[in-house]
Write a protein that binds this ligand. Structure first.
Ligand code: DX5
Ligand code: ZN
Length: 232
């Protein structure tokens, strides 16, 4: 199965963050999604590299840092040093997108662009060779617990087609991640539209039994992927 479940710490209990990330990983989480908000690019304020460094020893899985900040570049080396494995940013927040992607990779991390609901996919056209992951937002960034915007399913299908065409031409696989409003009852449709990496904050940390929730998500993804026509 081509599936990564990435619980977003935004909905975790911050007073017990180490224990929370250990618990979701023990429950089957594949990545930890780390939302960084600056009260400038988005109207909310969260955590920085110090907190990333603090949780790093608690888990072995990749830490997926989602930068909702402007400017971007100065934070990249700080998060790489703090133990990030994947760093994604919003193209509107960087003056020089190609340079920022190269900077993330120079720091030894996987690099990705994040597309807001209204941001066109064309932003990826001329930087495909520098992308390891594409993240589509299915809510407007800034807050956990919002509802999934259905148009994101059409956008996922369009992004899937682009990434499949690129994989056929280059032999290189770029991951397709979705973030916002992902729940047990819609993740199957999201997987069917082409996502392979799934951020879920409130659906996981708001549930009583992390393992049951993550298992139900993986089962739904597996069923959807089994039913999906093979495109490669
Ligand atoms: C929103 C963040 C998301 C958010 C997801 O700006 O990027 O990662 O925490 O939370 P849920 O799953 O609750 O929508
Ligand atoms: Zn996020």
């Amino acid at each position: 199965m081509d599936c990564r479940i990435a619980p977003s710490i935004l909905s975790a209990d911050f007073a017990r963050l180490g224990e929370e990330v250990r618990n979701v990983v023990a429950a089957g989480a594949d990545w930890i999604h780390f939302d960084v908000m600056d009260n400038h690019y988005v109207p909310n304020l969260t955590v920085g590299p110090l907190v990333c460094e603090a949780i790093r020893p608690h888990v072995q899985v990749p830490i997926d840092v989602h930068l909702m900040v402007e400017p971007v570049d100065s934070l990249v080396p700080m998060f790489a040093k703090a133990g990030a494995n994947v760093i994604t940013f919003h193209p509107e927040a960087s003056r020089h997108i190609d340079r920022t992607l190269a900077l993330i990779r120079d720091q030894g991390c996987q690099a990705g662009l994040v597309f807001n609901p209204a941001t066109p996919l064309e932003w990826m056209d001329h930087v495909m060779d520098k992308l390891d992951i594409v993240l589509l937002m299915s809510v407007n960034p800034g807050f956990g617990g919002q509802s999934f915007i259905p148009e994101a399913l059409n956008k996922l299908a369009a992004a899937r087609a682009r990434l499949d065409a690129y994989a056929r031409a280059s032999g290189r696989k770029v991951l397709l991640e979705i973030d916002g409003g992902v729940k047990v009852d819609n993740i199957g449709r999201i997987a069917a539209a082409g996502a392979d990496t799934f951020v879920a904050g409130s659906a996981i940390f708001g549930s009583k039994d992390y393992r049951a929730t993550i298992s139900a998500m993986k089962a739904a993804v597996s069923a959807a992927q089994a039913a999906r026509p093979v495109t490669e």
